[in-house]
Design a protein around this ligand. Structure first.
Ligand code: VG1
Ligand code: CO
Length: 543
């Protein structure tokens, strides 16, 4: 087998966003596009010589071809070994676990996560480090730099590796090990949660619906919920991963997982419902007639984690992304543990987790996780909820009500304005940014502005600084809104408006969420003019 060195030129637009490089699939299919990015990644991490990597993804369209290219390029760049999920499948948390379990040098995850898949939809590629977590900004910046200077890439001329067959094989001088994508992950879950207790709960008639949205968690959820925990066959729906996710948008929120919402709010709905996203790192949790906002979910899990065997000793601290509600902070305060506020994106949690400063992390975007891996983990969150339900013997609604009675309630919602013209969206954000300094002390919708800034984060572990992470405006009554542009979209710009209002209780804990937040939304409109400028009547997606 010959190693070929192919001459190439830099291709524009290879800057990784919030979570890896995401583009329209056809863009990834352009000549040299994928190869340039893979070579730039390998160069940016100091080469592949002698290294071991993990490879897998959510099975979306184009993944089988991409997996073969990555294998051939790793071989040509001198890698010692690549561990691949069977059929190139691995959920993002399972990939993170395999990287750590096998003490590898990192891994490639082929996914655009919650973005739709298919020839006319999205593809994505992300590199994770030896700790199992997404490459930090220093590395993604280095990758981007390398893409702007690239002149050649190396690839082995070889036949495709048979990724359907589990076992060891070789590609040139490189070892390839094809592994079952589910087993190691499922075993990890057994160490964290009380499986016998959960089995008893299901045996006693507890009913659940898990919507895998035709994405990667299907096989994981089927193995864990139905086989290992004895939930009824059919508990997992849309359980077969499809290259185009069956035409669905694999984003677990009330809009895109509407089927699940309908079932959970029907008269004879199950006790518990959940959904996860394309690559299995997100979760939506729903009780009978009860939607749990991701910010509340993080807070409830932080308060109750000690009920699960893996967290019996308590948690070291909690971290949340800046736009996530402060509900988790109140729990941290009550527990006497540290609370951290990071920029959006899981890569910012890695250092805190590695340093043992936090045990639980979460984002308002349906992401929750712990120090068991270095990614958010959809099924993990579902299992922790199940463990809490089993221990407390309460419904989801009762647990939420108790939580708010104890800590007060952070009403929370995110309004997304999608596919805006890029210039228009940037102008709105820039316009507000230039006025931030003059806002404190002024009023909007009868509320006084207490503070306004552009969030910057100094990593407490390595001192690195990340600026421009979202505009936040807070009011003297504790309400606030945040505005930032999405870093995962592939078309136009998506503007996210995050709204929050705190009510201490005991009264006012059962308001309609959008009504409770209406004044904050109006203040945001007054200051940022999103509807006025875009001409939109309202957000495209409300979560
Ligand atoms: C979004 C979410 C963010 C999340 C990221 C990746 O980013 O807001 O919280 O970490 O997606 O999630 P953005 O830049 O579009 O707001 V996943 O599950 O799509 O990898
Ligand atoms: Co995801």
């Amino acid at each position: 087998m010959t190693i070929r060195t192919i001459a190439t030129q830099p291709i524009d637009g290879q800057k990784p966003g919030t979570s890896g490089l995401r583009k329209k699939t056809r863009v990834f299919m352009q000549s040299h596009f994928l190869e340039n990015f893979v070579q730039a990644t390998l160069d940016a991490i100091g080469g592949a010589e002698g290294k071991t990597f993990v490879l897998g993804g959510d099975g979306r369209y184009f993944s089988p071809q991409v997996a073969q290219v990555i294998l051939r390029m790793c071989a040509a760049n001198g890698a010692a070994k690549v561990i691949v999920g069977q059929n190139a499948l691995l959920s993002t948390p399972a990939a993170s676990h395999l990287i750590r379990l096998n003490k590898t040098d990192g891994g490639f995850i082929m996914s655009a996560s919650h973005n739709p898949g298919g020839l006319d939809e999205d593809f994505g590629l992300k590199f994770n480090m030896a700790n199992g977590g997404p490459a930090p900004e220093s590395v993604t910046d280095a990758i981007h730099q390398a893409t702007t200077r690239i002149t050649e890439y190396r690839v082995l001329e070889a036949h495709d590796v048979d990724l359907a067959r589990i076992g060891a094989t070789r590609l040139g001088d490189m070892a390839v090990e094809v592994v079952d994508p589910v087993t190691d992950y499922a075993n990890l879950m057994e160490t964290l949660f009380d499986f016998p207790k959960l089995r008893d709960m299901f045996a006693a008639g507890f009913r659940m619906r898990f919507d895998a949205m035709c994405a990667i968690t299907g096989p994981y959820a089927t193995e864990i919920l139905e086989r290992r925990l004895g939930a009824h066959e059919g508990t997992v729906v849309n359980g077969t991963p499809l290259p185009d996710f069956g035409g669905m948008h694999p984003d677990p929120n009330p809009t895109w997982a509407k089927d699940l919402m309908d079932v959970m709010f029907a008269a004879d709905g199950p006790d518990f419902g959940a959904a996860s996203d394309g690559d299995g790192d997100r979760n939506m949790v729903v009780g009978k007639n009860t939607y749990v906002s991701p910010s509340d979910s993080l807070a409830v899990l932080a308060a109750n984690a000690y009920l699960a065997p893996g967290y019996r000793g308590g948690i070291a601290g909690v971290a949340r992304s800046m736009p996530t509600s402060a509900a988790a902070d109140r729990v941290a305060e009550a527990l006497g543990v540290a609370a951290f506020e990071t920029p959006t994106g899981w890569k910012f949690f890695g250092n805190l987790l590695d340093a043992g400063k936090v045990t639980l992390c979460g984002e308002e975007s349906f992401g929750t996780g712990s120090d068991h891996v270095r990614e958010k983990d959809g099924l993990w969150a579902v299992l922790l909820w199940l463990n809490v339900l089993a221990e407390r013997g309460q419904t989801v609604a009762e647990i939420l009500a108790d939580h708010w009675a104890q800590y007060g309630r952070n009403y929370y919602s995110r309004h997304d304005y999608e596919a805006l013209p890029v210039d228009q969206a940037s102008a709105m954000v820039d316009g507000l940014r230039t006025r931030l300094a003059e806002l404190p002390g002024t009023e909007a919708e009868g509320m006084e502005i207490a503070a306004a800034d552009d969030f910057a984060y100094t990593d407490p572990v390595d001192g690195s600084v990340s600026r421009g992470q979202g505009l936040r405006v807070s009011f003297t009554d504790g309400s606030r809104f945040v505005i930032r542009l999405s870093g995962t979209g592939t078309e136009g710009a998506t503007l996210r408006l995050y709204l929050e209002r705190y009510v201490a209780g005991p009264g006012g804990l059962d308001l309609d969420v959008q009504e409770a937040l209406a004044p904050v939304a109006m203040a945001a409109e007054r200051l940022a003019g999103i509807r006025g400028t875009s001409g939109r009547e309202g957000p495209d997606v409300i979560t």
